[in-house]
Design a binder for this molecule. Structure first.
Ligand code: CO8
Length: 262
């Protein structure tokens, strides 16, 4: 598949590979327009449907993961056209349909819709150059892809209010201490670190991986007791899998497991 606003590649040496998606509108700091979001949605669903892919890494350039939704595209809209068209691409939340882990590898700016897109990934590995922010207030609008909802859940109310109301950017170290990103690495090792994390996940049993993703996301939606009950059912269910027996037998035999993702 050839795209104009993203680049896709398959990476890795193991039996399950990593789908790598690179946002590629360098002149606009990877601003997220309809075409880019439609291509991204298509690429994400294609990797999700491919049994040879275990994990997806989403990245941008050294200068920007993405500097937000495309401002020239938004400018002419009225309330009526924004509402009717669903401004902007229908594919803004396709990433939430993906059942495989999606790791954001963020260097440079992740602003507005770029920060929201990174927060829709399962975890964020940041380069020490990363800068996160929700500067929509400077444009006379509010975030539109979950920024006011996911940022407080990630960093707490006070810091989220500070960032959303003052439009200040948060550097990588602050983002890590606030819990927005899982780790910070030197910029020149960002992609290698993200691909290594993906490779590690690719080696585990696919059903375990998919269910852990589903369960952690459930922690943000369900009351604690309901989440724990669902977790217990999935825990029991995996005793019907090949990979449970293989994983435990391999541990006791002191050998590496050979998972078949079933
Ligand atoms: N949209 C379009 N083009 C952009 C964007 C953007 N968001 N950001 C930067 N660019 C372009 C600039 O216009 C410039 O283009 P040109 O060279 O043709 O003039 C080029 O990228 C380089 O940018 P700068 O010259 O400004 O570079 P600087 O290093 O001086 O500054 C910044 C970098 C700080 C990132 C600056 O460009 C900036 O502030 N950008 C805007 C950031 C912003 O406001 N983002 C939020 C946008 S609103 C949003 O994301 C809402 C999401 C809603 C989703 C709803 C889904 C349903």
């Amino acid at each position: 598949m050839s795209y104009e606003c993203i680049i896709t590649a398959v990476q890795g040496d193991g039996p399950r590979k990593t789908g790598l998606i690179t946002l590629n509108r360098p002149k606009a700091l990877n601003a997220l327009n309809d075409q880019l979001m439609d291509e991204l949605g298509e690429a994400l669903l294609a990797f999700d449907a491919d049994d040879g892919i275990g994990c997806i890494v989403l990245t941008g350039s050294e200068r920007a993961f993405a500097a937000g939704a495309d401002i020239p595209t938004m400018l002419p809209h009225t309330f009526a056209t924004a509402f009717k068209s669903g401004l902007i691409s229908k594919n803004w939340e396709t990433i939430l349909q993906v059942r495989k882990p999606v790791i954001a590898a963020v260097a440079g700016f992740a602003l507005g819709g770029g920060c929201e897109l990174a927060m829709m990934c399962d975890f964020i590995i940041a380069a020490d150059t990363a800068k996160f922010g929700q500067p929509e207030i400077k444009l006379g609008i509010v975030p539109g892809a979950g920024g006011t909802q996911r940022l407080p859940r990630a960093v707490g109310k006070s810091k989220a209010m500070d960032m959303l109301l003052t439009a200040r950017m948060m550097g990588a170290a602050e983002a890590e201490s606030a819990g927005l990103v899982s780790r910070v690495v030197p910029a020149d090792t960002l992609l290698a670190e993200a691909l290594a994390a993906a490779e590690q996940i690719n080696g585990f049993s696919g059903p375990s991986v998919a269910l852990i993703k589903e369960l952690v996301n459930l922690a943000y939606q369900a009351p604690l007791t309901d989440g724990v009950n669902v977790e217990r059912r999935y825990f029991h269910a995996l005793f019907g899998s090949h990979d449970q027996r293989e994983g435990m037998e391999a541990f006791l035999a002191k050998r590496a497991p050979s998972f078949e993702h079933r």
